[in-house]
Design a protein around this ligand. Structure first.
Ligand code: COA
Length: 411
């Protein structure tokens, strides 16, 4: 996977546009703008406690020079912001470069006149400049992002369980040895995640850079434990346990980590955990009849269609050779007819011309993005995101892109 840093690169001005009587322009936020960014942020999402303000400044300072914080300015006045987090996202066991869009804000007095859309157009272009082949975001509202090609794709699943149900999951003898994690374990933890995500053909979860992983392992209220093929990071939350992440590459490690969490059962009644939709733990539980799952939805967009298709993994047995027509008014390079060739777990998309006399499958960029993320063709068709084509082509596309995507992390 390509991961670009752009040290010292000057980005092209993304653009300027007339909105009402004023011309606003989009450009990089600099250190001198940070007080205004914070003010905008508070007006959009509510106040931040002083300790969080310091953490926020520490977090954003390094990303400014990387072209990852954009502002819309009316003269000198900052009226809107967005941040692009540098992630990798796993798709059927392969990681692609993903721009995670966060902190989208428009000043209250400037809302409702197209600034948000202008900001997001620039943000998508900047994702492309940064080499991100796909982008994702947690939407507070859908229409803005949908109008620019993002579509609902997956969820962050938070399951709540009785702590006692986890306590007994450990192996009776010969269990896995766990050790406490420290910030210097960041590279090892990242390697473990990569191995497990590749082997389990993970769809959707994020890979973080070392700086961020180190920061998360430094939080003294988080407790981390490592195994050779897994780890857990959890904390206390109002007398109960909150599992930020638990990844296990084998049954024995899953049992060891979940039962470690379960040892809190004398104090904590419940455990709430971010999990895969088919987390193996759910099959280890002795009893299961109702799942209590809270979902926060995320939206997804292909930024560079050919690179995204080539970067993703596919089920090994699926052989597909079919043409789709994609319409992406925002990024015309993605528009047109594409020959999708999937074979041996790898895929390519090659620009072609639609075959004459055949009913080609036609997708909006939102539809193509949702298909890429495993949304069923039957749903896409009935939602108007997929037209043309044939039932056989639908089946083939569905088999090639099959996925139940999730994310563990909120951003
Ligand atoms: C959401 C927000 C960024 C939108 O900015 P904006 O400048 O008002 O958006 P625009 O004027 O460009 O509107 C673009 C489209 O989104 C729609 N839209 C904007 N705000 C909306 C809302 N709160 N609910 C539903 N639709 C909304 C508009 O109707 C418009 O669609 P249309 O052309 O079909 O009518 C802004 O209201 C804001 O900062 N809100 C508080 C923070 C927030 O929620 N951020 C998003 C985090 S994911």
């Amino acid at each position: 996977m390509r991961r670009r840093r752009w040290p010292g690169k000057r980005f092209d001005l993304v653009g300027a546009v007339a909105i009402g009587w004023t011309v606003v322009e989009i450009r990089d936020v600099t250190a001198g703008d940070l007080d205004a960014v914070l003010d905008n942020r508070k007006r959009a999402f509510g106040p931040l406690p002083p300790s969080s303000v310091e953490q926020w400044r520490e977090m954003v300072a390094p990303v400014l020079a990387e072209g990852r914080y954009l502002g819309v300015f009316d003269g000198d006045r900052l009226i809107a912001t967005s941040r692009i987090n540098d992630y990798e996202q796993w798709w059927h066991g392969r990681a692609v470069s993903m721009g995670g869009v966060a902190s989208v804000t428009v000043a209250p007095e400037d809302r409702g006149r197209g600034v948000g859309r202008f900001l997001m157009q620039g943000t998508i272009e900047r994702c492309a400049e940064l080499g991100h082949v796909v982008s994702a975001l947690y939407p507070a509202t859908t229409p803005l992002y949908r109008s620019l090609g993002y579509e609902h794709a997956g969820a962050r699943n938070r399951v709540t369980l009785r702590t006692e149900a986890l306590r007994g999951l450990g192996a009776r003898e010969g269990g896995v040895k766990l050790r406490r994690s420290v910030p210097d374990d960041a590279p090892e933890l990242m390697g473990t995640l990569r191995r497990v995500y590749a082997a389990t053909r993970a769809c959707g979860p994020l890979g973080w850079d070392e700086r961020s992983v180190r920061r998360r392992l430094s939080d003294e209220d988080d407790f981390g434990y490592l195994a050779d093929d897994g780890f857990v990071l959890y904390r206390w939350q109002e007398g109960n346990i909150d599992v930020d992440n638990l990844v296990a590459g084998s049954e024995t490690t899953a049992r060891a980590l979940w039962s470690l969490v379960g040892t809190a059962s004398s104090i904590a009644t419940t455990v709430t955990a971010s999990v895969e939709p088919d987390d193996p733990m759910l099959w280890l539980l002795r009893e299961r009849s109702y799942d209590t799952v809270d979902q926060t939805r995320w939206m997804f967009r292909i930024v560079d269609l050919a690179s995204a298709v080539a970067g993703r993994g596919y089920p090994a047995g699926v052989e597909a050779d079919t043409v789709v027509e994609v319409n992406d008014p925002q990024r015309p390079a993605n528009s047109g007819a594409w020959r999708l060739s999937i074979s041996g777990g790898a895929g390519t998309a090659t620009a072609t011309t639609a075959p004459a006399g055949q009913e080609t499958s036609r997708l909006t960029i939102g539809g193509m993005s949702a298909l890429f993320a495993g949304v069923q063709t039957s749903a896409l068709r009935r939602a108007g995101l997929l037209t043309g084509g044939t039932p056989a082509a639908d089946d083939l596309l569905g088999a090639a892109f099959a996925a139940k995507p999730y994310m563990i992390d909120y951003f």
